[in-house]
Design a protein around this ligand. Sequence first.
Ligand code: GP9
Ligand code: MN
Length: 703
Amino acid sequence: MKTALHKVRAGLNTKLGFFCLSVLLFAIKSWWAYETKFNLGATTGIQQFLLAFNTLPSAIILLGIALYFRGRLSYWLMSIINALLSTWIFANILYYREFSDFITFNVIKGSSSASGNLSTSLAQIIRPSDFFVYLDVVVIIIVLLAHWIRVDMRYFKRRYAATITMIGLALFGANLGMAYSDRSQLLTRTFDNNYIVKYLGIEFYTIYDGVKTTHNSAVRAEATAKDLNPVKSFIQKHYASPNISYYGKLKGKNVVIIHLESFQQWLLDYKVKGKEVTPTLNSLYHSSDTIAFDNFFNQVGQGKTSDAEMMLENSLFGLPEGSAMTTNGTTNTFQSAPALLSQKLGYTTASFHGDVPSFWNRDNAYKSFGYQYFFSKEYYPSVKDDVVGYGIKDKIFLKSSMYYLQQLPQPFYAKLITVTNHYPYILDKKNTDFPSLKTGDDTVDPYVQTAHYLDESVKELINYLDKTGLRKNTVLILYGDHYGISNNHKAAIAKILGKKKVTNYDLAMWQKVPFMINYEGLSSMGVTTGINHTYGGEIDVLPTLEDLLGISSKKYIQFGQDLLSTKRNQIVPFRNGDWVTPTYTKYNGDYYYTKTGKQIKNPTKAQKAKFEKIQKYVTTDLGLSDKVINGDLLRFYKLSGFTKVAKKKITYNLKASLKQLKKVQKKLKTSLKYENDNKSTLSDYTTDAPELKNTKLKFPTIK
Ligand code: GP9
Ligand code: MN
């Protein structure tokens, strides 16, 4: 025993020993911070392992820098590096407590929306245990000053230092490999800062963010107002003027957007064992008070949900790689639906989502979009068993959302982002009584069950809107954001379509998602309702909505065309450059007749010319939209009657938002709750969610 201790002591008296001790303590403390100070959601064994493991490579590489220096200096340098890294963790802990997100360089530069509203003073945020991140630094300094460890003055060969750096890099490589096998496209798709920290650690996250920010600012710095010219002329050329019979028909109505997660068009009217999967959505789809579309495509890229949001609220495409909301959402200037509607028509604007606010950088991007409120997870009461997959189960989420919706001064523009119908389509037994598919593909089979659950959730929501009378002056907009079953499940897709084999044409049509506009009494307003067969997609939603609400989009930099206009070109670009038109479809390099699905193997000269023309439009459309986002070109575009969104004035801080909501209700007197003598209408919401049986929802309150 004594000799073992002796050996340890002797080891620590060498530079390598001291280094190992520093690394070990630093790794343990980082891991402790990850586990207790952040909410990284490491749920599986491998994620838990990586959460601990990822602390090592960066500690070895960064503390290892000191090994290149001599004598006493290297000891102190190692401690200084440790202290700096610890301070960075400390700063992130405080920031995270306020924003549920990590610090980005954009935040530091002050160009971000977040920096303006650190609404609580630091003293209120700090907790004594936060200082534990300095514990190892203090221990090491004491040990050094008290000479409990002797400084090893011997020369530490550069070769050895380099070997240690190499070991650090190799471990990082292994870390990256394991991270990618658990979460493919981790870095390219740019989901959430939380993910990068969870898998790769806070130090790597910072470097990654730094590189990304530098690259983006360089592109932005090069762009000038002149770059807008080709954009303006393209958009003017392809502007589709509104159909007069629809224009302004829904002016002044509340708008509730129901984001149907991963919901594909084929689910409508689809039956399993003779039962409709989505009876509620089916009846909306066939209602004479609905304008529905059956040739409406999702156009998302890697940014999935966030790309859908980007298109729906800006009529700008997502980027070819990653999520535009993440990479450009914080800093760019936008002229988005929430800002336009609030400035032009006095709408109150809010987004609702039962997930952490950092996902897809919503917490920052929404400020740029001009959303006045963002009700994310912390606004929702927590109930036993209420979360599955990416967030609060739809039935519970929608009910709780109404607690806030009833407080929004009318007219309001509210987006409800559901999430239960999301891959891997898991739902607990007590919520699933619907039969699954029998394709034999485990990912695909339960899809109809979560879709059915989503449908029931929408039914409960609509019942509430009916009961409270809100429905009468509310336009419901429902859309599926993207495919639920990806093209990788060809065998299952073939079974669903009742085919032997799927073609590229089938896969193109597989990208259809629902889009419906429902308003009670719409059929008697002198407009054509029912199922509209025009070819369009998510990029076209905003101009459509604008025209219905009576805002002319003629001068806007928006890449879509009003779906109700008779002047549309009906070219639907996919993010990868493929496309669909009413006559021809191009998908994965193959050409088809859209109506029949017959492949065009040997196109005629005329057809070739036609394809080229369509392709040119698609490539230009996507390319110019990318230029607008990458170059932040809207900062140069003055829109008359529109002032730049003052992001810094917007806060999603819980207390501040609740306070504001209280104040504004009193002032404007038009919220549903206010009209109901300031009594909550939530008791009008009936749900069969088993989690809510005999449970009282406890919402956060302010004094
Ligand atoms: C997460 C949710 C899912 O907040 O919106 O996003 P997705 O994976 O569909 O892009
Ligand atoms: Mn989605």
